[in-house]
Design a protein around this ligand. Structure first.
Ligand code: NAD
Length: 691
């Protein structure tokens, strides 16, 4: 065996050269691997005893893509496209032997080989688009040549991987190896030699290249729905289109150009930033990695309403039994009925078997007795948002639950420390703030009380992962991080409506910014009556006026907009325009035209400002955590990174200057956060605070 670099060696297995890659943990295509591959192929070429070359990896996977740590650094030669040209032009057959994942540059390496074999569990994908990029080492040119543009498009433009069986069916690989991969690959190489098979240079294949423009038009239509606002998927389509229509070398050049454009653009910067932000979020500086965890075998949930039901589903989906407590049997039956209906809908779509439904339902034990929570390891309270009720429940829980059980509240706004104070175990109390619908939304705010113990917090972060949530640690304050920031936008939207911005303009501007829906349409969806009470309503706000007029939103087909029965498509409601005009007049507003730019600034900059206050108060660990909250909990478009990333992109000096202008015109809702002022003064940005 000859070591070529610290990561690559060449070994002879009779007349087959085995090019072994060993670059833990995932055999990423960093410099030692790239150089080792290029030099290894050159060495094998010179060795007359080697007739064919197998490229194979040690450890748990084939090359799982580019070394993301090299992003943003000056590239070091040889570059991957050049190494892959060496593969392509090698006159001895190269066989890529794949196990684990061949993603990104990994798959591009396999595509540049002349043949591909894999174990049955291998996966293949080009996930670059998920980082706002496209495969930049020939993937967009070789894959369509190998399997045709129609099959290549979804792989390139969605980044979703396929398994070995599908890869074999589509022609991405030539054979699935049963048993030992190295032996299987050697046997395959010998077969290629014995049968004198011609070299299959993918770059020269043309028979699958369907040029029909309809394929691309149809795919673009699909993308308009699934990838609205994203630049990279369209660039992927353009690159595959070029594969169909241009010679290989030109296509490769075009792919490079598109790659460079994306790499320099703000969307990819945002998506790459976000990729790290989501990995960083689990790291809490004062919680050591080896903090002992509490074993959560059984969970109790109180309240089988909107949130309790969804939270229950999360746990039983993860195979954890739940004791679900309700105040009355009829509420319990209704709550469990809703859960069953949700699963039945999933099953009717073929996404779940009836056995799986039965198994999950079997993990739920409904009860009206809180005493049944004596043996659970974690309780999550999800009753009405009422402090007295929550206090009473925590007092009872403290007496019922075994020592060491964690007591959590799903409150949206209330003070977790006051709730904890009702128990003799405040160190075991915290907030677990799920988002609605709790079985769908990935965000979970883990609310750290003043006395919450480290093992309790570490356990909460770990259990969140188990139920497939993205947990973000926040501190106690009104609305925690997410809702507290969101309240800023809500307030400005209410004001902008009265100042004269048509609700359709507000909705369009925010939708076009990249949110899944506009802020007014969102109010109709969640219910205008949320937090409204008939007894205290005085016709002084649009919420009160609409609710007094029986306009609660989509739920009763009329809110800010009108809705046809059973439809969620908003239609204009002239009667609401009149209500808005009347209230604006009463409050002394003179209607004015408001620019789209002002709407963005009024709705977004106060969110950023509140984020700065939250950081200053140490309610959140780092700015990027706030971005994770916004992307997962509030539909912030990931290609804009999150509000704090966006602020850096706009420039904190500009955000501050605009906030000051608004403060002069509209008052102290726009008072700049001291941290924002400080960062601008010091010439720093939020990214500098990302520990
Ligand atoms: N709905 C949301 O969007 C949302 C999002 C995040 C957090 N939250 C919070 O979650 C909590 C629950 O909200 P929801 O929307 O699910 O309310 P909900 O009204 O849908 O459900 C509350 C349930 O609690 C039950 N309940 C009341 N008192 C009880 C008692 N003593 N014992 C057992 N059950 C009792 C009620 O019967 C009801 O079924 C609130 O604190 C709310 O602020 C709500």
């Amino acid at each position: 065996m000859v070591a070529i670099t610290e990561a690559v060696s060449l070994e002879k297995e009779g007349d087959i050269g085995m090019l072994w890659i060993d670059n833990p943990p995932v055999n990423a295509l960093g410099f030692p691997v790239r150089k080792g591959m290029a030099d290894g192929i050159a060495m094998a070429m010179k060795d007359d005893g080697i007739k064919a070359i197998v490229v194979i990896c040690k450890g748990g996977t084939f090359c799982a893509g580019a070394d993301i740590r090299e992003f943003g650094k000056p590239p070091k030669e040889p570059h991957l496209p050049d190494v892959l040209t060496v593969f392509d032009e090698c006159t001895k057959p190269i066989i890529a032997a794949v196990h684990g994942t061949a993603f990104g540059g990994g798959l591009e390496t396999a595509l540049s080989s002349h043949f591909r074999v894999a174990v049955a569990t291998a996966q293949f994908g080009l996930p670059e688009v998920k980082l706002g990029l496209l495969p930049g080492a020939g993937g967009t040119q070789r894959l369509p040549r190998l399997i045709g543009p129609e099959k290549a498009l979804p792989m390139v433009a969605t980044g979703n991987p396929i398994g070995a069986a599908q890869a074999l069916k589509e022609g991405v690989i030539d054979e699935i190896v049963e048993g030992d991969l190295a032996q299987g690959a050697v046997a395959f190489a010998r077969k290629v030699l014995a049968e004198k098979r011609p070299l299959r240079q993918v770059s020269r294949m043309t028979d699958k290249l369907d040029k029909n423009p309809q394929i691309f038009a149809d795919y673009r239509k699909q993308l308009a729905k699934t990838a609205r606002g994203f630049e990279a998927p369209e660039a992927c389509v353009k690159a595959v289109e070029a594969a169909a229509n241009k010679p290989f070398a030109e296509g490769l050049k075009y792919e490079r150009e598109l790659f460079s454009q994306l790499m320099m653009g703000s969307q990819s910067a945002a998506q790459r930033y976000y990729f790290f932000a989501e990995r960083q979020v689990a790291k809490i500086p004062d919680i050591p990695k080896d903090t002992p965890l509490i074993d959560i075998k059984k969970v109790g949930i109180i309240g089988a309403g909107t949130m309790g039901g969804g939270i229950t589903m999360n746990f039983v989906n993860a195979g954890i039994p739940v004791t679900l407590v309700e105040a009355k049997q009829e509420f319990l039956d209704r709550g469990i009925g809703v859960i069953k209906k949700n699963y039945d809908i999933t099953a009717s779509k073929g996404k779940m078997t009836q056995e799986a439904v039965a198994k999950r339902m079997g993990l739920i034990k409904g009860t009206t007795k809180m005493e049944d929570l004596a043996d659970v390891d974690l309780v999550i309270e999800a009753v009405y948002e009422n402090m007295d009720l929550k206090k009473e429940i925590f007092g009872k829980l403290d007496a019922i639950c075994k020592p060491g059980a964690i007591l959590a509240t799903n409150t949206s706004y209330l003070n977790v420390d006051q709730i904890a104070a009702m128990t003799q175990r405040p160190e075991f109390v915290l907030g677990l703030h799920f988002f609605s619908p709790a079985n769908v939304m990935r965000l979970l705010e883990v609310v750290r009380g003043a006395k919450t113990a480290l093992p309790v917090l570490a356990t909460a972060m770990a259990i969140a992962k188990k139920i497939k949530k993205i947990a973000v640690m926040v501190g106690v304050c009104f609305g925690f991080a997410g809702n507290r920031m969101f309240a800023q936008r809500k307030r400005e939207v209410d004001k902008l409506v009265l100042e004269g911005a048509p609700i359709t303009q507000l909705d369009k501007v925010i939708y076009d910014f990249g949110f899944p829906m506009g802020p007014v349409a969102l109010l109709d969806l969640i219910g205008i009556d949320l937090g409204w009470s008939k007894e205290t309503s005085k016709g002084e706000t649009m919420q009160q006026i609409l609710c007094e007029a029986g306009r609660f939103g989509i739920k009763n087909n009329k809110g800010y907009y009108n809705y046809a029965e059973g439809s969620r498509a908003p239609k204009p409601a002239p009667e609401v325009d009149e209500m808005i005009k009347a209230l604006a007049k009463k409050k002394g507003y003179t209607p004015r035209a408001i620019s789209d730019e002002e709407i963005i600034q009024r709705c977004i900059y106060p969110i950023i400002n509140e984020g700065a206050k939250i950081l200053e108060e140490k309610i959140a660990v780092r700015p990027s955590d706030l971005d994770v909250i916004w992307v997962n909990g509030y539909g912030w478009p990931v290609y804009r990174g999150g509000p704090m990333f966006y602020a850096d992109l706009v420039g904190l000096d500009k955000v501050l200057a605009v906030m000051k202008q608004f403060q002069a015109k509209h008052g102290d809702d726009f008072k700049p956060a001291p941290l924002l002022e400080k960062l601008v003064k010091e010439g720093k940005n939020f990214a500098s605070l990302n520990v």
